[in-house]
Design a binder for this molecule. Structure first.
Ligand code: TGC
Ligand code: FAD
Length: 393
């Protein structure tokens, strides 16, 4: 018979990272956690299985106040970076696909307009995007340009005052849902960004099916065939690859937090299961091998959470560097994948079903480790930062 004593520390808050949040950040975190518990967790297994998202979800996330929440003005809340990160953590504890919807909307599409757009573009698009009435997507990747976006083939050429766009974008989150696509294209003046409203003649989307990962998320191909846009559709301030890459920093920052949330959800599921499930007359959590797994998962979640907080603190102080974001994205997604794979084993056969969240997180994280810069790309960024030697080419 196992000897049991009261638990003394919560696995998901072992080093008390909650104490690093101020009152406002904790309130925002708690509000998002409650939304995830009430609205996402009861249904997300079904959305994942069916490969769908409810049509009104963006509006609900807008009402919750998480779309572009860290941006200032234009209907955005202007919260701290830590508050935004804490929200991402809770959303991804629900599902990476839901965090993706929020990341792409706020950190990629809205940030691109906020940082690089004209005043008219900001007035037109940001308020409805913050409310979730207009969804945005971000088209950088192409079939032959993933890790190396500088090799993009999508082209924009001037025709009088207009621009004509031709090309193809691939793997675009929210693509077919979007009222506006931020499309990056090569021009004679360098890489420029364009706002392409849905319904523009020559602009079509096609959803990508048969995904076994990030199923509660829409992923599409964007096709641009002689798409004519007025001069006012170009983001005036972005004049090189620096434009889109600066947006990626924002989304990667949210992912570093989000991955820690997915890991925490897997750890908590494994712990609850281990305490409940009995084999050989004892709860499986009473066996040393399982306790070692639980201890290692607790360590990974604690480390990832503290890394996320430190990135947030640096960001709020205006000192966060892209190379530091790369370390956070690399380390936290890797940790989350290891936690998810370990947790899945703790659940035995039950670990392969959607009755429990673990295999859903595990499969989702295979996308998270690939998008927004693969683990290899981020390792090379960190490698360059510490050696001074570029190893991409
Ligand atoms: P490189 O020559 O190094 O840089 C070109 C210009 O950009 C500047 N720069 C950055 N600026 C801001 N933030 C960053 N992270 C930056 N990285 C580079 C750089 O200073 C330079 O500026 P300038 O003014 O001198 O021209 O560019 P490179 O072609 O050698 O590429 C470097 C590399 C490999 C790191 C970059 O291409 C890269 O990050 N590749 C990965 C691509 C990627 O992450 N794609 C993501 C697409 S979006 C997505 O996946 C959404 S998923 C949905 C979700 O988020 O949930
Ligand atoms: P590749 O770049 O072809 O890489 C293949 C392999 O080669 C990887 O293991 C990579 O690490 C490795 N590799 C590449 N270069 C090097 C090198 N120099 N040294 C060593 N190894 C290297 N993109 C968008 O623009 N917008 C989106 O909204 C978006 N959403 C996405 C949603 C999902 C679900 C997924 C899966 C992807 C999404 N992407 C999006 C695309 C994503 O950003 C790319 O998949 C990613 O950048 C990697 O590109 P790739 O798939 O072409 O892989």
């Amino acid at each position: 018979m196992a000897v049991t004593a009261p638990t003394t520390l919560p696995a998901g808050n072992y080093l008390d990272p909650d104490s690093l949040l101020n009152d406002e950040e904790r309130l925002i975190r708690d509000t998002v956690r409650e939304f995830v518990a009430d609205r996402i967790l009861p249904e997300v297994g079904t959305w994942f299985e069916e490969g769908t998202l409810p049509a009104g979800l963006a509006g609900e996330l807008g009402a919750l106040g998480v779309l572009g929440m860290h941006l200032e003005g234009y209907g955005c809340a202007g919260t701290s970076a830590v508050a935004y990160g804490a929200a991402c953590m809770e959303l991804e504890a629900g599902d990476s696909g839901i965090r993706s919807l929020v990341s792409v909307q706020g950190s990629l599409a809205m940030f691109a307009i906020h940082r690089w757009g004209s005043e008219e573009q900001k007035q037109q698009w940001l308020p409805p995007m913050a409310a979730g009435e207009a969804i945005g997507c971000f088209g950088l990747t192409e079939p032959d340009s993933g890790s190396d976006p500088g090799s993009m083939r999508t082209r924009a050429r001037r025709d009088g005052d207009d621009w004509i766009l031709n090309g193809q974008k691939m793997w675009i989150t929210n693509g077919s849902l979007a009222a506006v696509a931020v499309v990056w294209a090569r021009t004679d003046e360098g890489v420029r960004g364009f706002l392409v409203p849905s319904g523009t003649p020559g602009f079509t989307t096609q959803d990508i099916h048969h995904k076994l990962s990030l199923r509660a998320s829409v992923t599409s191909e964007l096709l641009l065939e002689d798409v004519r846009l007025p001069a006012s559709a170009m983001l005036p301030e972005a004049t090189s690859l620096r434009g889109p890459l600066s947006c990626l920093n924002e989304a990667r920052y949210g992912i570093a937090w989000g991955a820690a949330g997915a890991a925490r959800a897997c750890l908590e599921a494994a712990l609850a299961y281990g305490l409940e499930r009995e084999q050989f007359g004892r709860p499986i959590a009473s066996f040393q091998i399982q306790q070692q797994k639980l201890a290692e998962m607790t360590l990974e979640v604690s480390r990832a959470t503290l890394i996320a907080h430190q990135l947030g603190r640096l960001k709020d102080e205006g000192r966060l560097r892209p190379e530091q974001v790369s370390l956070g994205k690399l380390g936290n997604v890797d940790a989350a994948l290891r936690v998810a794979r370990t947790a899945r084993q703790v659940l035995g056969a039950n670990g392969i079903t959607l009755e429990y969240p673990v295999i859903r997180h595990m499969n989702n994280l295979e996308s998270v480790v690939t998008y927004e810069g693969t683990a290899d790309v981020h390792a090379l960024v960190v490698g360059q930062a510490v050696t001074g030697i570029e190893a991409f080419r």
